[in-house]
Write a protein that binds this ligand. Structure first.
Ligand code: PLP
Length: 394
């Protein structure tokens, strides 16, 4: 293949050359003098990204699932009740993790086409007059159905019910791409990973932990060792870790938070909004349906596209990879074969979106879907031109 492969799955995302260069160095002594400055800068940058001054950052050499597990073993004891929602594959897996850790998971099954309705949270918590629920678990951006939950509304719902439950949020596919206000939204544990909005290769599990969650961790009885965040925090305060950290990834992480800071977080979020809307306009112009039901919940990091009845969505993904060197995301869990996913997060610009949209049109046509080839690209182009016109009057 000449040219580059288009990695447009909803994570791992494309790693910018600047981050690759920052990681391209000899491995350092993880107990030597170089690490603390790297950790300090990365932690400060992550706090800005999470929107937190009161939270503590914890980093593991793990995938996002490891961070999911850490959020639970440090806050929930076996037998504790937790309120959880199942609206897609990643919420299903997070809830499954809680069950395996011994929690009594009260799971609300939702259609896999939206986020968590805040009214439902308020209703369930208001009904729990004995305050049995230790925690509420929410996936901010459900990477399988393309819906984002309004976390400010979830916080208002918890407050309206006057419930003390901890708020645990999976932000694996939102942190660094969508606005997060950890402090203002009263989040207790935010979970993320390296390979999406942070634009790093996979391999880091990242958490932001509130003082209340820290206090909870000294009381829980769940057996834990590697994922006990207390010794990690103790060492991280000095710039080290109680095990061998992924040192080169930490250099990459420092570069990532520098890049996001240089662009400005408000600009990063605006770029994700703009590129997402460009993709959505294209999908509609092609004559395909966006899977997420409520436009207010459309994710700005990925779009889940339904294929017409009788067309295997997996064929679109396979043909895109085989013929066009374009990686799209498969439908997951219950949505397998019915949808494909376009990732538009991380290091990305307008022309890359146009190429992706062009590839999606061709892959759909190759799979036998009647799309008007070119209509999607034209719709995105027009939208981006309108955005430039609006930004630069005259
Ligand atoms: N949660 C969400 C929302 C995700 O999108 C993912 C991965 O795509 C995960 C959790 C699991 O992360 P990992 O695959 O890094 O373990």
């Amino acid at each position: 293949m000449s040219g580059r492969h288009f990695l447009q799955i909803p994570g791992p995302t494309n790693v910018p050359d600047r981050i690759l260069r920052a990681m391209d160095r000899p491995v350092i002594d993880h107990r030597g003098p170089d690490l603390p400055a790297v950790v300090e800068e990365a932690v400060a940058g992550l706090k800005r990204i999470f929107g937190s001054t009161r939270g503590e950052i914890v980093i593991y050499p793990s995938s996002g699932t490891g961070a999911n597990e850490a959020s639970l073993v440090n806050t929930v004891s076996p037998g504790d009740r937790v309120l959880a929602f199942n609206m897609g594959q990643f919420s299903h897996l997070y809830n499954q993790c809680a069950r395996k850790m011994g929690a009594a998971v009260d799971e609300v099954d939702l259609p896999w086409d939206g986020g968590v309705p805040a009214e439902l949270v308020e209703e369930r918590l208001a009904g729990d007059t004995g305050h049995q629920y230790r925690a509420v678990m929410v996936v901010h951006n459900e990477t399988s159905n393309g819906a984002t939950t309004d976390l400010a509304a979830i916080r208002r719902a918890i407050d309206a019910a006057r419930h003390p439950a901890l708020l645990l949020v999976d932000m694996v596919s939102s942190a660094g791409s969508l606005e997060v206000q950890f402090d203002a939204w009263g989040i207790d544990v935010a979970v993320s990973g390296a390979q999406k909005g942070l634009m790093l290769p996979p391999g880091l599990g990242i958490l932001c932990v509130s003082p209340r969650a820290l206090e909870a961790s000294s009381k829980v009885t769940t057996p834990r060792y590697y994922f006990d965040w207390r010794p990690v925090l103790e060492e991280m305060h000095r710039g080290y870790f109680p095990y061998t950290p992924s040192t080169l990834s930490l250099y990459g992480l420092r570069e990532s938070v520098r890049m996001l800071q240089e662009e400005g977080l408000a600009n990063v979020y605006a770029r994700h909004r703009r590129l997402a809307e460009g993709v959505r306009r294209a999908v509609v112009a092609m004559g395909l349906a966006i899977h997420c039901r409520r436009p207010a919940e459309y994710s700005n990091t990925l779009t889940v596209v339904r294929t017409p009845e009788g067309v295997d969505a997996n064929a679109v993904v396979r043909l895109a990879a085989e013929r066009l060197h374009l990686s799209l995301g498969l439908g997951l869990g219950r949505l397998r074969g019915r949808v494909f996913r376009i990732g538009h997060l991380g290091a990305l610009n307008e022309l890359e979106v146009l190429a992706t949209v062009g590839g999606v049109e061709m892959a759909c046509a190759l799979a036998g879907i009647r799309v008007s080839v070119g209509a999607g690209v034209a719709a995105s182009q027009q939208y981006f031109l309108d955005q430039y016109a609006a930004a630069v009057p005259g």
